[in-house]
Design a protein around this ligand. Structure first.
Ligand code: BES
Ligand code: MN
Ligand code: ZN
Length: 497
């Protein structure tokens, strides 16, 4: 939930009150506009404060100075942008987040005349996006507000730029992305008692307001289609499963769509192969893939992306009741292939097997990208720094890698191949759902690959990046909304007419 924090853009002009955000390099000199406005006294003040605080003007650093009487503003927030090299490579989303983290709920103005940087309207919109994301916090269930909470809400951040009209235009599209990230974060943060498969589907349904066509498959509809793998996971829960299909038709009529598929396990207890108790509460986040797809569809629809896009999410709860699936069970997937259940905690791949098959069969997409908090093993390999990328297509992989570098939501390609495919062979069925610890992320991906045929496909294992996330400049933590910015960028760069 975003607070009442507001962002505006205005032309150059004198800053009369509130906080002034001052950018300095390693020489600690404010930009010429700011220096002219504040005078020599303020320039001295910055130099003195920097010496006292050991502030060197490096990128990613900042300090606040309460100014003495006689100056027109209340506070200077001095933000480092470093030397020449650092300036050229500034990450404006992160910079916006850093600034927002220094605000105190009042008016603040940032004068964006940064020498040696390329502050395009795109860059300013990115800063505004980063600032908004930093201000996000999930406190819907806190009934008591702490004193210092109120100081951190509200306020107004004004960017003073040469051409505010141009920036406003770009920011309008960026706002959809920002809301998309926040939608994804909210979904991941919501507790599992509140957000079951049905409630999640209702959140997807809300996208109809933006012109997205939404269809919901309930247990009966899925049974008719033969989605026994997905239903097998759902059968241990008193809450039924759902598949939500979202369609945004912003491209040419009849043009093949691109497709995004998300794992939506609203709570993963492990089922009969139950997980240990410690940390099990985190498994409310096992629907982060589905949350990303909903957030992405919101972003694309609200900025009226010129592309035909399908989003499909498999929503289930993995629980261990008397009707739950057992190790040893064999299920027949919608594709007709059979899977022996070795471990009921390897449930995500079962859900995705049916949804992937359904999407490639019905929509014949140009490509499919699935997102899933699929394996703990991906945390062992890549920590929380990269999502695992598994793909049958080099071009799609390269494009995802580039979009990852551009947005900071980075992916790292991992191996697929006959070795891993062989490891999931089963004594009793066409395949088994778990091949043990070794190469756990690759064997999981190998199972998914059996349900995509020849469609260009990429699987993103986001167990490390989308939940339990550390705090960053643009996120206070836990739920990051990972993937919305990445995939919006991918679509923007390559798939819009
Ligand atoms: N949802 C988990 C994976 C997970 C782990 C997500 C940690 C986020 C953080 C998944 O369903 C799971 O339980 N995977 C098992 C697979 C194993 C039983 C083959 C795992 O990774 O241990
Ligand atoms: Mn599991
Ligand atoms: Zn899971």
């Amino acid at each position: 939930m975003a607070d009442s924090f507001k962002i505006d853009f205005q032309g150059p002009g004198k800053v009369q009150s509130g906080d002034l955000i001052v950018f300095v390099g390693e020489d600690l000199k404010p930009t010429s506009t700011v220096a002219k406005q504040l005078g020599a006294k303020a320039v001295d003040l910055i130099a003195k404060a920097a010496a006292a605080e050991n502030f060197k003007g490096k990128a990613k650093s900042a300090m606040s100075i309460v100014v003495p009487a006689g100056l027109p503003v209340d506070r200077l927030i001095v933000v480092g942008i470093g030397g020449e090299k650092e300036r050229a490579a500034l990450d404006f989303v992160q910079l916006g987040g850093l600034i927002a983290g220094k605000l105190n709920g009042k008016l603040a103005t940032a004068v964006l005349d940064l020498p040696g940087t390329n502050v395009t309207p795109d860059a300013v919109a990115d800063m505004a996006l980063g600032a908004q994301l930093r201000r996000y916090s999930f406190d819907r269930y806190k009934t008591k507000k702490k004193d210092d909470d109120t100081a951190k809400t509200g306020g107004r951040l004004v960017f003073s730029v040469a051409d505010p009209a141009a920036v406003k235009k770009v920011y309008k599209a960026r706002e959809g992305v920002q809301q998309g990230v926040i939608i994804a974060r909210d979904l991941v943060n919501e507790p599992p008692n509140v957000l079951g498969p049905q409630e999640f589907a209702a959140r997807a349904q809300a996208l109809t307001k933006l012109g997205v066509e939404v269809e919901i498959l309930d247990d009966r509809a899925m049974k008719k289609l033969g989605m026994q793998a997905l239903l097998g996971v759902a059968q241990g829960s008193v809450r039924g499963g759902r598949v939500a299909i979202m369609r945004w038709n912003g491209g040419k009529a009849g043009e093949q769509p691109i497709a995004f598929i998300g794992k939506g396990v609203v709570f993963d207890s492990g089922g009969i192969s139950i997980k240990p108790g410690a940390g099990m509460e985190d498994m409310k986040g096992d629907m982060a893939g589905a949350a990303c797809v909903v957030g992405l569809m919101h972003a694309l629809a609200s900025r009226k992306a010129k592309a035909n896009v399908v989003g499909a999410i498999g929503l289930v709860e993995n629980m261990p009741d008397g009707n739950a699936q057992r190790p040893g069970d064999i299920v027949t997937t919608m594709s007709g292939q059979t899977i022996e259940i070795i471990n009921t905690d390897a449930e995500g791949r079962l859900v995705l097997a049916d949804v992937l098959w359904y999407v490639q069969d019905r929509f014949k997409p140009k490509f499919m990208i699935d997102l899933a908090t699929l394996t703990g093993a991906i945390l062992v390999a890549l920590a929380q720094e990269y999502a695992g990328l598994f793909s049958n297509n080099d071009e799609l992989s390269e494009r995802l890698t580039a979009a990852g570098k551009a947005t900071g939501e980075r992916v790292w390609r991992m191996p697929l191949g006959p070795e891993f495919d062989k490891m999931i062979e089963s004594k009793f069925a066409d395949m088994k759902n778990s091949a043990g610890r070794f190469g756990g992320s690759s064997t999981a991906a190998a199972l998914l690959q059996r349900f995509v045929n020849d469609v260009p496909w990429a699987h993103l294992d986001i167990a490390g990046t989308a939940m339990g996330s550390p705090a960053t400049e643009i996120n206070k933590g836990w739920s990051s909304g990972w993937g919305v910015r990445l995939l919006d960028r991918l679509v923007r760069d390559h798939y819009e007419a």
